[in-house]
Design a protein around this ligand. Sequence first.
Ligand code: ADP
Length: 290
Amino acid sequence: MDYFAGIDIGSTAVKIVVIDEDRQVIGNKTAATGALVYKNAQTAFLNLLGEIGLERKHICYLTTTGYGRKLFPDADETISEITANAVGAREVGKPFGTIRTIINIGGQDSKGISLDENGNVTNFAMNDRCAAGTGRFLDMAARNLEIEVSDLGPFHFNAQGTPAAVNATCAVFAESEIIGLLGNGHEREEIVQGIHFSIAKRTIRLVKRVGIEELIYFDGAPALNTGLVAALEDELGRRLVIPPLPQITTAYGAAIIGLESHRFEKQEREEVGEAVVVSSGHGCQGCSCG
Ligand code: ADP
């Protein structure tokens, strides 16, 4: 069996997925990106391989993506996160139909990606200038409200009153606004709801720039936040496709692109009649990949 790895080196977290030649996920891991980007990504990768009983030599093709993709020298290929996200969403979304719009919220940016009927990227819009509407904004809000970011969802659904109005379009002003709302006696649950609706409105404005078509896929780790999902669905008036592991779609897409590149290279070598030489350059000595 041949194995392929996709590593998504995001601004906040490194996501790693290992698949087999049938595109089945064999294992996945998330770790903090930190300051020592390559060291942290490499350690997480080797730890994942250990957990699933594989060694580096068993990985036929390694594809990196994300903002830190060029910082991983062992990669066979680097690919933009827009392309990797689209490929991953198309594959994961298959049971629901054809994904035409992706909403991705990451640690430091948010994106809207538009796909045609064949899953090719036709357009995208990105906010990477302003923290408002990104994971960093949610982290800041959770810190100020003294709750874990993973508890934002439950807090959203426990609100008794109406969502607090969080109007600031800048994360710095929003922080003051949140502190002001606490000072005025608002419940944290209402403030969490207000934050989610504020992010949802902002995100939809961004995605409208590329056009919103059915089906809409929402990914990135903030899609684990059920409160944010509810706010987005409420503002859109439509249901979203949420994958079971929304944080790993892009790494999964990168792994699939690697699998396809590997097959293409193998076919090219066979067509020119070259002997299939097992590469030692990328560590797949001793495995079946050619
Ligand atoms: P990147 O690819 O830019 O590193 P991610 O897709 O990993 O970004 O998203 C990181 C953000 O996801 C964090 O800033 C945080 O706000 C949010 N997040 C992480 N884990 C969870 C969780 N369990 N529940 C809700 N939100 C989360």
